[in-house]
Design a protein around this ligand. Structure first.
Ligand code: DGL
Length: 278
């Protein structure tokens, strides 16, 4: 047993989409979340910049004495996972790409046509494609970047025509020309537009890495005998810019989860290591 928190981080609020799944599957686990909302999006930045930002956040989570780090960001998982593992060899670090790629390779029948959507950096890394192709070479894989999704989602522009038009702009030809049957939401922000995507493409099977990663977290904690037995605790969500958008989005993501009432929000200036509690 290990009652220390699990540290999650993302470039912004997208990584929060994993937390309700964790709360449902492992309700005794305490969470520290860090969203780098002041510097989001990462998905179109240089890899060296993403490396610097993510090492700063991992340093902070390690100082918080977390028992595990979950990179709840595809862009960081695609570019920095091995670096972070080298930097902190004593802490298990889970990326969000491998568990979903494993599941697709294991469950999609031969000849399936799988599409991957993500940020420019994730798609350019081919992290999903390479991992799936190594395990299941007979799947037909296509990839496309959808860089306008994240800024719209961060602005809360979700259940409306502008988002639907943007989805069609990026995905109509992609789905049709590649005759896709499955799509992987290769960015942790995209589960927030899952309903729009399944309404527009009702025949498409959608794989959501934000939920699949929870199985991997549970397996590692169980194998290491580190599952928690916390009963009364508060989760702490840090944001480098605790904006109104961040708070609104939390209400949206956690609408069906009681536990979110036990969340404390902290505005955190990573560069100066200063906290402003609300
Ligand atoms: N949530 C991040 C991901 O999963 C992307 C958002 C960003 O571009 O910062 O890739």
């Amino acid at each position: 047993m290990d009652n220390r928190p699990i540290g999650f981080f993302d470039s912004g609020l997208g990584g929060l989409t994993s937390i309700p799944y964790l709360m449902n599957a492992l309700p005794q686990e305490k969470v520290i979340y860090f969203g780098d909302t002041a510097r989001t999006p990462y998905g179109s930045k240089a890899v060296t910049t993403i490396r610097r930002f993510s090492s700063e956040i991992a340093d902070f989570l390690v100082k918080c004495n977390v028992k595990m780090i979950v990179i709840a960001c595809n862009t960081v998982s695609a570019t920095c996972l091995e670096d972070l593992r080298k930097r902190f060899p004593e802490i298990p670090i889970v990326g969000i790409i491998t568990p979903a790629a494993d599941e697709v390779a294991r469950t999609c029948p031969e000849g399936s046509r799988v599409g991957i959507i993500g940020t420019k950096v994730t798609i350019a890394s081919h992290a999903y494609r390479n991992h799936i192709a190594a395990l299941a070479p007979k799947l037909r894989i296509s990839e496309t970047a959808c860089p306008a999704f994240v800024p719209l989602i961060e602005e809360g522009i979700i259940r409306n025509e502008i988002m639907d038009m943007t989805i069609r702009y990026y995905m109509d030809d992609f789905v049709k020309n590649n005759r896709l049957d499955t799509v992987i939401l290769g960015c942790t922000h995209y589960p927030l537009i899952k309903e729009n995507i399944s309404r527009i493409y009702p025949d498409l099977k959608i794989v959501n890495p934000s939920s699949v990663v929870i199985g991997e977290i549970e397996k590692i904690l169980r194998d290491r005998d580190q599952l928690a037995e916390n009963s009364d605790f508060t989760n702490v969500f840090y944001a480098s810019d605790l904006s109104e958008n961040f708070i609104n989005m939390i209400d949206h993501i956690f609408e069906d989860v009681d536990e979110h009432k036990k969340v404390k929000f902290v505005n955190f200036d990573l560069e100066r290591e200063r906290m402003y509690e609300l």
